[in-house]
Design a protein around this ligand. Structure first.
Ligand code: C5P
Length: 249
């Protein structure tokens, strides 16, 4: 599927399918248990570095077999051939999203996008969307200057990397709601944007410094929301997810 059609297909999903539940758990059993608790309304789940390091590709296969769309968040950052090969494997697993660092550079982003466009997919699967990370939101200005001394300020780096990733064929970007207006200014309305740091009004913020309600994130231009603890630690995860989806509408 070409980029335009894939973005349209994903953007047109109902709100409950545009909430991505982060499976921030240490093993397959806990992950499948949480995915099952989301019920029929739970669409996307995020498999990140912790769960993948513990449970490997089998947990992705199990989730896909349970009709979950998998956001495979392994943040590739390597040479073009390796990134493209990894993206191809994500497609073969049936993942719906995979992520890479835009800082891997033009050749690596282009190679990953081309690999996904041509990848062999499981029967009936849609190819994974390629999402780029610009600058990790956990980095302070001081830390950034330690790893990459430059005249660019943080906002300029985010905009420059976002433009690069979009020009090289990625389908979307990951960013906090606070940075969204800035990011949209750089790349316009077309790219998908996926936003973490979501809390319902008045809820505990945990260790997130800047949080946004689902409604505010959507109003700022987010297409998908990544939500962890507000769903995983709720007494009724399916109800928590439904409330978030309702707030988005
Ligand atoms: O529990 P909570 O909703 O805060 O979890 C948010 C999820 O989004 C976690 O998996 C976290 O790693 C991820 N994330 C984030 N902030 C970023 C990027 C990713 O919270 N800037």
């Amino acid at each position: 599927m070409n980029r335009e059609n894939l973005i349209k297909h994903l953007r047109d999903l109902p709100a409950n399918r545009r909430v991505i539940t982060a499976l921030d758990v240490p093993g397959q059993d806990q992950a499948l248990d949480l995915a099952d608790q989301l019920g029929a309304g739970g669409g996307f789940v995020k498999v990140g570095l912790e769960l993948f390091s513990a449970a490997g590709p089998e947990v992705v296969r199990q989730l896909v077999a349970r009709d979950r769309n998998v956001f495979l968040d392994l943040k590739y950052h390597d040479i073009p051939n390796t990134v493209a090969s990894a993206a191809r494997q994500a497609a073969a697993l049936g993942a719906s999203f995979c992520t890479m660092h835009a800082a891997a550079g033009r050749s690596a982003i282009t190679a990953a996008a081309e690999a996904l466009a041509q990848a062999e997919l499981p029967d009936g699967a849609v190819r994974p969307a390629l999402l780029a990370i610009t600058v990790l939101t956990s980095l302070s200005e001081e830390e950034i200057s330690e790893v990459r001394p430059s005249s660019d300020n943080l906002d300029d780096s985010v905009q420059r990397l976002a433009r690069l990733a979009w020009d090289c064929g990625c389908d979307g970007l990951v960013c906090s709601a606070a940075d969204l207006p800035h990011l949209r200014q750089a790349v316009g309305p077309e790219p998908l944007v996926i936003t973490p740091g979501i809390r319902m009004a008045g809820a505990a913020t945990d260790d997130q410094h800047r949080v946004t309600t689902p409604r505010m994130a959507v109003d700022a231009g987010a297409d998908f929301l990544v939500v962890g603890r507000p769903i995983s630690q709720a007494n009724d995860p399916a109800a928590a997810l439904a409330a978030i989806a309702k707030d988005m509408e």
